[in-house]
Design a protein around this ligand. Structure first.
Ligand SMILES: Cc1cc2nc3c(=O)[nH]c(=O)nc-3n(C[C@H](O)[C@H](O)[C@H](O)COP(=O)(O)OP(=O)(O)OC[C@H]3O[C@@H](n4cnc5c(N)ncnc54)[C@H](O)[C@@H]3O)c2cc1C
Ligand SMILES: Nc1ncnc2c1ncn2[C@@H]1O[C@H](COP(=O)(O)OP(=O)(O)OP(=O)(O)O)[C@@H](O)[C@H]1O
Length: 581
């Protein structure tokens, strides 16, 4: 099919970047291999006590050949010889936040229903504009880099399956219909999203496809004798439990997590992963498949992670991380005991960046947990990973039920509260200069690596909204910029929880900094890693450095020391301290 394409273009205006960059780093397969990383041993640093403030961990800590071999074997294990193709003409797969081959239903359906599949990814300029209220970069450089790596790996994996990935720069509603017309595609398959920005794009794509008229003579796609429009078929595929299998309608989805979890666990089964044939080819004939952009072409400056964790984007890395965490390091069996850690790659799975980009299917994680339980052991820890993944499901389904109120100041419960928008305080929080080492270390980790532990996220969220009294959406939007695993449902869902405007049965989720420091960083290893100036202090002083550290920008709501805090609580302070879940 010798069709001439609209050539790639870059309609982006340069976005202001908030995090400064000291060096340039342009991704290529070669540079990825060439980077110097220290591989992790099977125990985390916090367990061994050997913290070096310059440590950089690649996640996963596997070499590229090992990752390739893991993904080959996994694809092999998940391929099917029995599925049959029975369609005509061309179908399009519009990739969105589902940058994977394994367990990808749109890809499967497109293959079954056509003679040729055209996989497309549109680099949407809106993703590189600014956040809704406070004008931060919508996508920070580290997540953009991660996305670039995901695209490179997706292209590679599709090529292994006999296809390719067409990369186009522009809005899907402009590009997809042009392609549908050029290839006389009968259907565009994609995964369904739930938040209004993504839903709006779906509506626009559907609308512009309706304006494309294909004659019966166009392509081999027409099954009828009359003219027709290409269809947009949206499929559910981002959660463990399928939307259609929920035991309640979305309107009556339980607001309380525990009720939601118990109900789905009792009444729903998790569907098996979709199995694809070994080859999905041939693709339609295309002269120019487009190029994966560099970070600069996205209007951003490259940033290099030099300490902490450096996550590799892509499905091969995602499958590698599952293998590393479950099978190689055998960490699944202790997950529940380690998951509240903050330092190093091994206290928790670190699956979230790949889950958010869709390079990893939660159903695949489920099947791996079950395999591990069968082949190694089943305990509270093996179950707890699923428990946490159900939180992810919960926030996604809540986003359908509550729509935009998830993003509104009063949250789903429409809570009235006076919030501050003190820029100076916010800047201190964002830059990690609050005078509280635990807050500062976490915020520095976020800026430097695009990641923060769940414990850290809860602590810095509580500090911003409770101790500083700042509009929680400022924090949520900053997380939106920085997080590699940014996902609107999990991010805004957790922030509404932390701000007390979500559906949390515990209304005042206050985290006492001194108590959190004493419980989760008793030797100050975490804070000394991110704030090396604290390293010379005695371990018990690192979280309580007094005048030897920068001045505290606000007092704590319930006092500055753990002791004081306990006394106040006794005399009527709100419930605080350890907030495990
Ligand atoms: C204020 C705040 C903002 C957050 N923003 C995001 C976000 O944008 N994207 C995101 O994926 N997670 C978010 N989380 C949830 C959680 O912090 C991360 O999913 C987790 O830290 C990722 O690390 P992990 O993969 O090692 O998690 P693990 O502890 O290994 O958990 C396994 C998986 O379970 C899911 N999960 C665990 N905890 C939660 C949770 N509280 N909510 C939803 N899913 C969960 C994640 O998919 C995670 O990968 C946020 C939490 C808070 C408190
Ligand atoms: N994927 C997403 N990422 C971040 N924010 C999102 C996403 N999808 C939707 N939103 C948020 O949803 C909100 C939609 O705002 P909008 O004002 O259009 O909603 P609304 O319900 O009409 O609000 P209002 O009632 O105040 O007019 C914005 O805050 C926007 O940032």
């Amino acid at each position: 099919m010798g069709v001439i394409f609209p050539s790639s273009f870059l309609p982006f205006s340069c976005t202001k970047i908030f995090i400064s960059s000291s060096s340039t780093f342009s991704f290529s397969a070669q540079t990825r291999f060439g980077l110097c990383f220290r591989a992790m041993s099977s125990t985390s640093e916090s367990q061994t006590g050997s913290v070096s403030s310059s440590t950089l961990h690649q996640v996963p800590g596997l070499d590229p050949l090992e990752m390739d071999s893991i993904s080959e074997k996994t694809f092999e294990r998940y391929s099917s010889n029995t599925v049959k193709r029975n369609g005509k003409g061309v179908s399009i797969v519009w990739f969105r936040n589902d940058l994977r081959v394994l367990d990808n239903e749109p890809l499967f359906k497109a293959w079954v229903s056509s003679e040729a599949v055209l996989p497309v990814y549109c680099i949407d300029p809106r993703l590189f504009q600014t956040t809704y209220h406070f004008g931060f970069p919508k996508t920070g450089a580290l997540r953009a880099q991660f996305m670039i790596e995901c695209l490179a790996d997706l292209k590679k994996n599709l090529m292994k399956k006999g296809l390719n990935l067409l990369i186009q720069h522009g809005k899907p509603e402009n590009i997809i219909p042009l392609l549908a017309k050029a290839f006389a595609a009968h259907t565009v398959y994609a995964h369904k999203e739930t938040c209004s920005e993504e839903l709006q794009v779906e509506r626009l794509v559907a609308k512009s496809l309706r304006q494309i008229v294909l004659s019966p003579a166009q392509g081999k796609s027409s099954r009828s004798s009359s003219t027709h429009n290409p269809k947009l078929e949206l499929l559910w595929g981002s959660t463990l439990y399928h939307l259609d299998d929920l035991p309640f309608s979305i309107d009556s989805l339980p607001d309380v997590y525990t009720q939601f979890r118990k109900s789905v666990e009792a009444k729903c089964a998790i569907r098996g992963c979709i199995r694809l044939p070994k080859s999905l080819g041939p693709p339609p004939s295309i002269d120019d498949w487009g190029t994966i952009p560099s970070i600069e072409q996205l209007g951003l400056h490259s940033e290099k992670t030099t300490k902490g964790m450096r996550f590799l984007g892509g499905e091969a890395a995602a499958l590698g991380r599952v293998t590393e965490y479950f099978w190689k390091k055998d960490l699944l069996k202790i997950y529940k005991d380690t998951r509240n850690g903050m330092l190093g790659p091994d206290y928790s799975t670190k699956f979230s960046p790949w889950l958010a980009s869709g390079s990893l299917s939660p159903r695949f994680v489920y099947e791996e947990v079950k395999r591990y339980e069968k082949e190694r052991l089943a305990n509270d820890s093996t179950y707890w990973v699923l428990f946490e993944l159900i939180w992810r499901d919960y926030f996604r389904f809540i986003s359908i039920k509550y729509g935009n109120s998830l993003f509104h100041l009063g949250g789903p419960r429409k809570v009235e509260h006076r919030w501050r928008r003190d820029e100076k305080l916010f800047e201190a929080w964002r830059n990690g200069c609050t005078g509280y080492p635990l807050i500062d270390a976490n915020m520095k980790e976020l800026s430097a690596s695009g990641f923060m532990s769940n414990r850290g996220r809860q602590i810095v969220c509580s500090f911003l909204v409770r101790d500083m009294g700042i509009d929680w959406r400022m924090g949520a939007e900053w997380f939106e910029t920085c997080l590699l695993d940014y996902d609107p449902c999990s991010n805004y869902g957790n922030w509404t929880y932390g701000a007390g405007v979500g559906n949390d049965p515990r209304e005042d989720r206050y985290f006492s900094i001194p108590k959190q420091a004493q419980t989760y960083d008793p030797d100050g290893e975490y804070v000394a890693f991110w704030l090396p100036e604290l390293l010379p202090l005695p371990r018990e002083k690192r979280n309580f450095p007094g005048k030897s550290y920068i001045e505290q920008v606000v007092p704590l709501k319930f006092g500055n020391t753990y002791k004081q805090h306990s006394q106040r609580s006794k005399y009527g302070g709100r419930q605080s301290g350890l907030q495990r879940r």
